[in-house]
Design a protein around this ligand. Structure first.
Ligand code: 3PG
Ligand code: MG
Length: 398
């Protein structure tokens, strides 16, 4: 893979209408944004374009609407963005047609405009050529700063990049740089930590990782599937028993490629999935039949931390236990803090991503200390699976 992206360094911005694809798909509850990280991440790109005399025209999706739906309007997100940016952000009720054209025509150099949810038009997800052409009318150049939407081959993420002179925004650039350091050209040894509930959602990811990394730590509910596959009792633990063969195949592949698989050697067990549930730690060979494993035990954490000590690079996706119900957050928190410490000491490059992972690292209070924490969910997983992301591929120079 070549890394020949044009960045803002090569863009001539002055007086240009710059269509900037951003990810404003922020979590909202009752009209309130509960995590503004994605907004914060795009500020540098917007500021740089505006300060360079460009006219910023923001394109983004919100939710997964089927047609126009006021509940999925980007308007409130635009207001939050304006607050963070400290400058006005104009809003157009549509991303194509007269409303959009008028709003764009009203822009002066350095102004910022947000267009309504691109997914209000079916042409967006279909990457329809006519819709792409409608969007392209609104800009002179295109900047993509939405790595977290780059796994979608949509009009505003892929089609436009092929239609207009295109550039990677600063967040896209930082993300690609971090991911390259994480898996494509990492300092070795590399350790990956993969957790989360299910093997079934991460089979491709595990298969790719065993051929790329030197050690793979498996935690969370998915570790139970591996433990059970070796014939051990996991009691009432979450486990996908029908995936025993898949688990064994991954272990066999790891043996072939020389990737060490690190599974829990002990588990924190309880009778019920509940915060504060009475719990005991058992060796992995003696999990009681009437209990469930809710976290990795302290001996497992020691082994994981030792694997982190041996590594120069860490890639992390998914919590090691049920971190949302204390005290079953302890394994995840301990390993995350250890990785943060090694990173602070300059001994480790640590890259993490995927929905729950960011929440878990924030919970441990260490997200800032990691080398890079991606705000991407699906895109981060697809990248870990070794897949090409259409939105990234479209930015590469032929
Ligand atoms: C995300 O929230 O992960 C991105 O914005 C992509 O959203 P999507 O999964 O609805 O395409
Ligand atoms: Mg999503």
């Amino acid at each position: 893979m070549s890394n020949a992206f044009r960045t803002l360094d090569q863009a001539d911005l002055k007086g240009k209408r710059v269509l900037v694809r951003v990810d404003l798909n922020v979590p909202m509850e009752n009209g309130r944004i509960t995590d503004a990280t994605r907004i914060e991440r795009i500020l540098p790109t917007i500021r740089e374009i505006a300060e360079g005399g460009g006219r910023v025209v923001l394109l983004a999706h919100f939710g997964r609407p089927k047609g126009r739906d006021p509940k999925e309007s980007l308007k409130p997100v635009g207001e939050a963005l304006s607050g963070q940016l400290g400058r006005p952000v104009a809003f157009a009720e549509d991303c194509i047609g007269d409303a959009a054209a008028k709003a764009v025509a009203a822009l002066k150099d350095g102004d910022v405009l947000l267009l309504e949810n691109t997914r209000f038009h079916p042409g967006e997800e279909k990457n329809d050529a006519t819709f792409v052409a409608e969007l392209a009318k609104l800009g002179d150049i295109y900047v993509n700063d939405a790595f977290s939407a780059a796994h979608r081959a949509h009009a505003s993420t892929e089609g436009l990049a092929r239609k207009l002179p295109s550039y990677a925004g600063r967040t896209m650039q930082a993300e690609l740089d971090a991911l390259t350091k994480g898996l494509e050209a990492p300092a070795r040894p590399v350790v990956a930590i993969v957790g989360g509930a299910k093997v079934s959602t991460k089979i491709d990811l595990l298969e790719n990782l065993v051929s790329r990394v030197d050690a793979l730590v498996i935690g969370g509910g998915m570790a139970n599937t591996f433990v059970a596959a070796t014939g051990l009792e996991v009691g009432k633990s979450l486990a996908e028993h029908d995936l025993a063969e898949t688990a064994l195949r991954i272990v066999a592949k790891a043996r072939e490629t020389g990737c060490a698989i690190i599974l829990p050697v002990d588990g924190v067990c309880a009778y019920e999935f509940k915060a504060g549930a009475v719990n005991h730690t058992y060796g992995i060979e003696s999990i009681p039949g009437d209990q469930m494993i809710l976290d990795v035990g302290s001996q497992s954490v020691e082994r994981i931390n030792a694997a982190i000590n041996d590594a120069k690079t860490l890639v992390w996706n998914g919590p090691l236990g049920a971190f949302e119900i204390p005290p079953f957050d302890q394994g995840t928190v301990a390993a995350a803090r250890h990785a943060a410490e090694r990173t602070r000491e300059g001994k480790l490059v640590s890259v993490a991503g995927g929905g729950d992972t960011v929440a878990a690292l924030n919970h441990a209070g260490v997200a800032e200390a990691f080398t890079y924490v991606s705000t991407a969910g699906g895109a981060f997983l697809e990248w870990m699976e070794g897949k090409e992301l259409p939105g990234v591929e479209a930015l590469r120079q032929a």
